[in-house]
Every structure is written in C-alpha cells, then in structure tokens.
Design a protein around this ligand. Structure first.
Ligand code: PSU
Ligand code: MN
Length: 306
C-alpha cells in the first residue's frame, strides 16, 4: 500500500498538479456542518465557479469509500451537502474513516493534510478553527492550529469567528512559527467583521507578494502552513458589537445544553444563523466566495514564480 492507494484525484486536477497549473483546495465541513441544506448545494457549486472564473481549478476534498478524495463529482457534492451519516473529520479520524469506509467531511486541518499529500499548496475556507473561549481551562484548541504548525499549505481565510478567543489563537500560531498575514490589511479579520481588534504580522500588498512569501518559506524548508487573513467585503460586513451580543447568547445556549468538543463549532454556527435570522448566513457565503477568488489569484501568482 502507498499513498496512491488512498488518494483519489480527478483526472483534471491530477493533470493540473502535474503541469504546475493553479489548483485551489476547498473543505467539505463548511458544507456538511457549517451551512444548511439545500443552500449549501448552491454554495458548493458557486465557490467552484468563482475559482474557475479566475483560471484556477477547484479541488473540494472529502473522505468517501475509503479514499481521500481530491475533487468531487456533483453527486459527491450532494452527498456532502445532505450530510446524512457524514462525520466531521479531524486528523485523528482519518485512518478510522479510511479503514472503515465511512463518509467524512474534511475540516481545515484535514483539508490541509489531503491537499499537501496531493501537492496542492493553496486552500480557501471561510474561517479557521482556533483556541476556544475558556480554552485555557477546557483545552479545546482546534486541531487546525497544529496542522498549520506542520503542513505546508497556505489557507486564505476571513480570519476566525468571534466565537473563539482570537488573541490566544494568534499567540498559539506565533508559538508554532506560523506566519499570519493580512491580504491588503494590517488587521486580523474576525469573519463577519473586518477587524478583530488584533493585528497581523505583515500586510500583503499583492497576490504576488503573498505567493513569494509562501514560496520562500517552503524553499527554506520551514515546516508548516501560512494563514492569509482576507477581510469580508465592506458591503457584507456586520457590526462587531452586535455580533458579540449574538455570540454570547449562542455560547450561553451551548453551555446550558452541555455541548462540547467537536459538536460545539457546528452548534454555534447554526445558532448564530437562527439568532440573526439568516443575515449572518448571507455574509458567510460572500466571505467564502471572496476567499476563493483571492486564493485562485494567489495560486496563479505562485505558479508564475515557480
Ligand atoms: N469556522 C467557521 N466555519 C466552519 C468551521 C470553522 O466559521 O465551518 C469549521 C472548519 O471546518 C474548521 C472546523 O476547520 O470548523 C473547526 O472545528 P473544531 O473547532 O472542532 O476544530
Ligand atoms: Mn475542539
């Protein structure tokens, strides 16, 4: 058995990787556990179209039928969106899902892992996981952060949600040597909001600069990934203080219902959507599409350097 026995890459993506053409990875947890059905089906196709419109190839990942899938058919996207018996897989779950044939949606951590095994260097998501509020006591720290410490993939993200302890998330990334860059901003974005109140290490002035920094890091053999914070477009940005009130309410509800561990992020996402009557969902879609667009452009710039 070798890697090829587990990886299942579509012919189009395989050819693009071989020829050094731009490819952008996408996660499936955002579909299965982050957005409602059937709206997520529309999003799953739109986000791929945005990447194609920029001249790159989308590669949505998942674990299906004992394979690490890189690129999903319309039917497979439908399976991930319906999310019946679809788990949320972190690094610890990968071997279990492969060996038992379970269907799993990839998080930021596992999408980075699969992308890197396939040779894909750029990945667009909505928001990354991080240190949860109270994480200094519960030790609930997303496996996404350890993946950034170890796996050479750059993730274009609208920062992380205010549901997390953003300050401690950034401290953790610093400790593990992960560059946190802002795409045309010096502020670390907070998902629905353009400014978390925390800064980034460096502001990127162009796609080319982003690509050059990633290439330099990996040329040097410095292990791990890169966080590229890309703020939500102005017209969809929500008010930080209003979101803080909503998030505190959602956190209280989660606590009362004793929701813990990997269930907490999906619970908070769904509750925030209900509490904002869907306004947050429209923003969520737009920021993710914006990340896909920027990721495609950076991956193109990277291919032109190589
Ligand atoms: N944050 C979001 N939307 C999401 C997620 C995070 O705003 O859909 C998903 C991502 O897949 C991320 C995962 O990798 O949740 C983190 O989960 P946990 O905190 O259990 O590691
Ligand atoms: Mn967790």
């Amino acid at each position: 058995m070798n890697l090829k026995d587990y990886l299942s890459i579509t012919p189009e993506i395989e050819e693009a990787i071989r020829e050094g053409k731009p490819v952008v990875a996408l996660e499936s947890t955002i579909l299965s556990h982050g957005m409602p059905y059937p709206e997520n089906v529309d999003f799953a196709h739109k986000v791929e179209e945005v990447i194609r419109a920029e001249g790159a190839i989308p590669a949505t990942t998942a674990i299906i039928g004992g394979k690490l899938k890189v690129g999903l058919t319309a039917e497979e996207l439908e399976i991930m969106c319906k999310a019946e018996n679809v788990g949320k897989i972190s690094r610890r779950d990968v071997a279990v899902y492969l060996a038992t044939g379970r269907t799993g949606a990839t998080t930021v951590a596992t999408t980075m892992l699969i992308a890197s095994l396939a040779g894909v260097r750029f990945f667009a998501t909505g928001g990354i996981g991080g240190v949860h509020r109270g994480g200094e006591v519960t030790m609930d720290i997303s496996a996404d952060l350890q993946e950034f410490a170890n796996t050479p993939v750059a993730v274009i993200t609208a920062g992380c949600k205010q549901i997390l302890d953003i300050g401690r998330t950034l401290e953790y990334l610093e400790t593990y040597g992960v560059p946190v860059l802002g795409f045309k901003t010096d502020k670390f974005p907070a998902f629905y909001c353009k400014d978390s109140g925390f800064g980034v290490d460096y502001k990127l002035n162009s796609e080319e600069e982003a690509a050059r920094i990633c290439k330099t890091k990996w040329d040097l053999g410095l292990k791990g990934g890169v966080v590229i914070g890309n703020p939500i477009p102005d017209e969809y940005a929500l008010n930080f203080d209003e979101m803080e009130a909503v998030i505190n309410e959602a956190l209280k509800m989660a606590d009362e219902r004793h929701i813990r561990g990997k269930a907490i992020t999906p619970y908070l996402l769904a509750t925030i959507k209900d509490l904002t009557h869907g306004v947050s969902f429209a923003s969520n879609v737009q920021l993710a599409l914006n990340n896909a667009r920027v990721a495609a452009r950076i991956s193109k710039a990277y291919c032109e350097l190589a």
